[in-house]
Ligand binder design. Structure first.
Ligand code: HEM
Length: 497
């Protein structure tokens, strides 16, 4: 199996060769057409030449109009793919950190042909909250579903959000928080009987996040599939493909046919599981029945919305997909940090056991982990027609503007002692989540942020009440990032108290 760097080398070669061949073939056919001097052939040649000339002019125009922005020099065929993906697709956040170190807080990058150029910021700017800045996520009829996640900003997006948001507010989630505690307690009880190894913990936390989200979203009608890890793998395959296509939309379908087949299969598997849940609900409670209209119940809201059956399934899919990996990542990193900081762990335990201040400190642990290990490192906004000013430079319209949360969270100009795990910073120094926006910004910000927070706090609380969290040394952990980040292991052991 070739390593990531070699695989990327091959991909880069195929991509550049493909682009060059296409440009050459189109040019040659057009030239031959002009030379034959038959009116029909010439008209055909002109038809071919026009889009070719347009694509080349557009690419050069993109380079020219962003020349004033700092960043590595783009290549005509590859843009800056080589700079961004130097260490493979899943390590692009590391490449971006290195680029920020070299070029400063604003870095310009050109991606594949046909993909909007990108500007990465190492800080959070008030511009990111602007209402007219949309997300570039668009349903594509295959991997990215027609759901809140995939509909363009506007009326449809607003109506999807109005459908879901009431069931995901702080109060609504709190009213059903027993669901989150019950699922978490089940995992903790199993670990107490069977013990945990650091190898098993990573997959258990991923199962927990899918189980917890699905139970909350689908209520009594959720029955975990017999092979829960496989269901999770299917979700992860879809997530990986969504992220892959965002960076390489052009040749991917031709180069990676096997990938495409795998992801279709994954999509069908997830859709089957969620379709069964929806059927179960509608058989139990017929549509239109008042029992179906509990405002706090996300499945009721999805079932009653004026959507097609496919849209309902896809909405549930995007909710589970949106939350599963980020939740398990933040939890795993929180455990790692607590295992290495005995004082913080003791404070968190007191808070979990209810020392009179509620679980405030456990919430701070969640926030501090998000700061140091943002589970969704990339978030981007896109302005169709208005330029944006950053650091005295004008970013032209039709640019993806992304803030690198890994970079923002560790920026010493934003956070005091930025490399130190210090959950108290949110009270001692009045620092806040708004300085790094781990859940995004503006009208497209994460709809599941309250659910994610209360789920992770519920699980951390259960763990701290029942276990000492101790570090396991000498385990090499690799981080694979797609939309979210997945660690290869969680090097901690849970010792029953
Ligand atoms: C720690 C956990 C989580 C993190 C860090 C996270 C982060 C994010 C980020 C950064 C975005 C993009 C926001 C933007 O474009 O400005 C997003 C969007 C979204 N997230 Fe989350 N998320 C988490 C958990 C969840 C959960 C639990 C759910 C589902 C219940 C969820 C569902 C969604 C959806 C549907 C969107 C698209 C919203 C829209 O476009 O209107 N996320 N999330």
């Amino acid at each position: 199996m070739p390593d990531a760097e070699n695989r990327f080398g091959l991909y880069r070669f195929l991509y550049a060769a493909g682009c060059a061949l296409l440009l050459f073939a189109a040019g040659a056919v057009a030239w031959a057409g002009v030379a034959v001097s038959s009116p029909f052939v010439s008209a055909g040649a002109a038809l071919l030449l026009a889009p070719l000339a347009f694509a080349v002019a557009r690419r050069l125009g993109e380079f020219r109009s962003r020349r004033h922005l700092p960043g590595p020099k783009p290549s005509f065929l590859l843009g800056n793919l080589a700079d961004l993906l130097a260490r493979g697709h899943s390590s692009r956040h590391e490449a971006l950190r290195a680029l920020h170190a070299e070029y400063g807080p604003v870095v310009r990058l050109h991606l594949a042909w046909g993909t909007a150029p990108l500007v990465s910021l190492s800080y959070v700017s008030p511009n990111l909250h602007r209402k007219e800045l949309d997300s570039l996520r668009r349903a594509d009829g295959t991997v990215l579903s027609r759901s809140l996640m995939g509909v363009p900003g506007g009326e449809l997006h607003r109506s999807h959000r109005q459908t879901l948001s009431p069931a995901l507010t702080t109060k609504s989630v709190a009213r059903r928080s027993d669901v989150l505690t019950d699922v978490s307690a089940r995992y903790v009880a199993r670990w107490r009987v069977a013990g945990t190894t650091y190898e098993g913990l990573q997959s258990d936390l991923r199962d927990w996040s899918v189980d917890c989200l699905s139970t909350f979203l689908c209520g009594e009608d959720w029955e975990p599939p017999a092979d829960l890890p496989r269901y999770h793998r299917s979700l992860a395959a879809i997530e990986e493909e969504v992220s892959f296509r965002a960076f390489h939309p052009f040749f991917v379908r031709w180069i990676h046919l096997g990938r495409r087949r795998r992801v279709r299969k994954a999509y069908r598997e997830v859709a089957d599981v969620l379709g069964t849940v929806l059927r179960r609900r509608s058989e139990r409670i017929p549509a239109g029945c008042p029992a179906h209209q509990r405002p706090d119940d996300p499945l009721d809201r999805v079932s009653e919305a004026a959507w097609s059956d496919r849209d309902r399934v896809e909405e549930l899919m995007s909710l589970v997909l949106g939350g599963a990996d980020p939740m398990s990542y933040v939890l795993s990193q929180a455990l790692v940090m607590l295992s290495r900081d005995a004082d913080a762990q003791e404070k968190a335990r007191k808070s979990a056991e209810g020392d009179g201040e509620g679980s405030a400190y456990v919430h701070h642990v969640f926030h501090e982990t998000l700061r140091m290990f943002p589970p969704v490192p990339f978030s981007a906004k896109f302005s169709r027609d208005r330029a944006v000013e950053e650091h005295g430079m004008t970013i032209p319209p039709r640019t993806s503007i992304m803030w690198m949360k890994n970079e923002v969270g560790r920026n010493p100009e934003v956070f005091r002692e930025a490399d130190r795990f210090h959950p108290d910073r949110f009270t001692d120094w009045n620092e806040s989540l708004n300085s790094f926006l781990p859940f995004g910004a503006g009208p497209r910000h994460c709809v599941g942020n309250r659910l994610a927070e209360q789920s992770c706090v519920a699980m951390l609380t259960e763990i701290l009440r029942h276990f000492d969290v101790v570090p396991v040394e000498n385990v090499a952990v690799r981080f694979h990032s797609t939309i979210s980040v997945v660690p290869s292991a969680v090097p901690v052991r849970l010792i029953a108290r």
